[in-house]
Design a protein around this ligand. Sequence first.
Ligand code: SF4
Length: 285
Amino acid sequence: MKSIKITTITEEVRKLLIKANFNLPEDVTEAIRNAAREEKSCRAREILELILENAEIASKQKLPLCQDCGLVYIDLDIGRDICIEESGNLSDLLNQTVAETYNNNYLRKSVVSDPLYERKNTSGNIPAIIHTGFTQDSYLHLKVCLKGGGSENCSFLYMLEPSASEDDIIALILDEVKKNVTKSCPPVIIGVGIGGSSSEVTRLARIASFRNLEVRNSDNRYKRLEEKILNEVNKTGIGPQGLGGRTTALACNIEHAPCHIASLPLAVFFGCHSTRRADSKISPP
Ligand code: SF4
């Protein structure tokens, strides 16, 4: 068994939070650059170029990409034979790191303690949503994702009849895009979860919306469905910031899982143009 110190993990989380808040991921930047080249509408092209300029300024001047610095998701995929050398509670120490990083870097704190009554700011953008999983890798894969409230509010869960078809799914997603995509600062990344359970499918959709845009589903049927959905969404002409154009979405990513015979869960997450994520692989010394 090889061990990784908890302080190594919290230090890495600190760096990833800063990287994600100030730097648009390279694949998202590249997708926006390509979209700007292909846009026919001057207004749409101009908006995409402004998004790129904003990203350049944020990176150079160490400013947040967006005023909404997001709800923090931390995923720890723990490889085989790796143990975490605890010198405290992992969740508490990760939350402490999030609070310190947000306070020290003047990042907006957007979490309230009680959702219904007091709605008092927790003053540290905590708690983060922490998920641990296990892999066969020889390292610990640490992932940080930041989700703004605008796009988070446009997340949908459907428990479909098991007989629902590919066309039914495309129609539902198109309907949600037409009703809600302008609230998510398009161009968006459409994350789709199919299968699992009602709770698992939303996790799949979240993972899909943060997946690298260059990675396609390894199953050709789902890969084709990703292409079909993207194509249909971009045919709507809603465009960047909802002001018209061909780039309503930069990508559609699907993650799928086995499910109960009586169910066909579907979840849709819109990632906004400021989709922020950073990851790192920690190998034991
Ligand atoms: S949806 Fe995204 S770009 Fe728009 S305000 Fe929220 S975090 Fe910022």
